[in-house]
Design a protein around this ligand. Structure first.
Ligand code: KG4
Ligand code: ZN
Length: 340
């Protein structure tokens, strides 16, 4: 089976082809970062318009790279939500229109399920069941993943998502959008333990997170210092990153212990953070656990993870629908998929 995947939930247009026998056949991505940068964040209307411009050329490239013809596609998977309403509508309308013209079904996909399953695209994939730490711009969750569509929420953020905390703190330090990568690059130059920030909810006994207090602690510190020089900014970035990474690592370890599992999957944009990977790998060496990451290019939004999630759903006979009518779901808790 050949599944076409389309991602358009935010500021990346992604198109990919996944073959259920051979794996990922081709994928192509356009990032809108440069376009949104001058506004300091994503402008939803500009995002939607750009998805319209990019989707067809990306599809053409994927078909050319794969050497497959459009009529070889068996189903079209696309991100139904969560995300920006207008941006989602572009991908959904395109996918449904294309599937209608080809007379094939569609598979609407939950964006977070794409992130969750993305490590299955790597050379060394995890096996079910595993614990997933999902840390993106909009979500921070720990989940027990029993199989495709079988997810159990273990804990989540009560306020800001980890990526959101990175982005807001980066803005505070005058770094460009998107803040996460810029802040983590600056943190690499900072010294440890110069700025000690709180580790929110580290000892709460549960698997929930809270990051808005950490962001406020950084804000207060920045205000106290007044004009910052380069070294101070790097030390603050380091202190912030160390705090957030420690919380994510310790809660992930607790989740594994509570579930009696030994495989941890890290997904979502913050999963690209090098310090997070270093700390988790250090824990894995010390204890008997295995940590799995998506390839760097599949950490942030992409079409490959949507094609993969669509293919796995298609094979499992889940979410397959006739093409035509559709609705996007800008807000869509993952827990609505299933909970076993
Ligand atoms: O998964 P993603 O591409 O989009 C959402 O579904 O939200 O995640 C984007 C988030 C942004 O907040 C971005 O700043 C963060 O991931 N991010 C990082 C890094 N790379 C991306 N945060 C920390 N360190 C990074 N290296
Ligand atoms: Zn995402």
């Amino acid at each position: 089976m050949l599944i076409l995947g389309i991602e358009s939930s935010c500021d990346e247009t992604g198109v990919a082809l996944y073959d259920t026998d051979r794996g990922l056949v081709a994928h192509s991505l356009h990032s809108q970062i440069a376009m949104h940068q001058e506004y300091g964040g994503v402008v939803p209307e500009l995002a939607s318009r750009d998805h319209i411009r990019r989707t067809v050329p990306l599809l053409r490239r994927v078909l050319a790279d794969s050497g497959r013809a459009l009529d070889a596609v068996d189903a079209v998977a696309y991100t139904q939500g969560p995300g920006l309403a207008g941006a989602l509508l572009v991908g959904a309308a395109f996918a449904e229109g294309l599937a209608t013209s080809l007379g094939i079904p569609t598979v609407p996909v939950h964006h977070l399920e794409g992130h969750l399953l993305s490590p299955l695209l790597s050379q060394r994939p995890p096996t079910f069941p595993f614990v997933a730490l999902l840390v993106s711009g909009g979500h921070s969750q720990l989940m027990r993943v029993n199989g495709v569509g079988r997810y159990q929420l273990l804990g989540e953020t009560l306020d800001d998502a980890a990526g959101e905390a990175f982005d807001k703190t980066a803005k505070l330090l005058g770094l460009p959008y998107p803040g996460g990568p810029a802040l983590s690059a600056l943190a690499e130059q900072g010294r440890p333990d110069i700025c000690k920030f709180p580790r929110p909810m580290l000892h709460s006994g549960d698997l929930d997170f809270s990051f808005s207090g950490l962001k406020t602690a950084v804000l207060t510190h920045v205000r106290e210092l007044g004009d910052l020089d380069g070294r101070q900014r790097a030390d603050i970035a380091r202190g912030f990153q160390d705090a957030i990474v420690e919380v994510l690592v310790k809660k992930s370890m607790r989740a594994l212990k509570n579930c009696g599992l030994t495989q941890l999957v890290v997904a979502g944009g913050v999963g690209a953070n090098r310090e997070l990977r270093r700390q988790l790998d250090a824990r894995a060496r010390k204890t008997r656990i295995d940590v799995y990451y998506p390839e760097f290019e599949f950490c942030t939004d992409n079409g490959a993870m949507i094609a993969l999630a669509g293919a796995l759903r298609f094979q499992a006979g889940l979410s397959i629908k006739p093409p035509g009518a559709f609705a996007v779901r800008p807000r869509w808790p993952l827990s609505e998929l299933t909970s076993n």
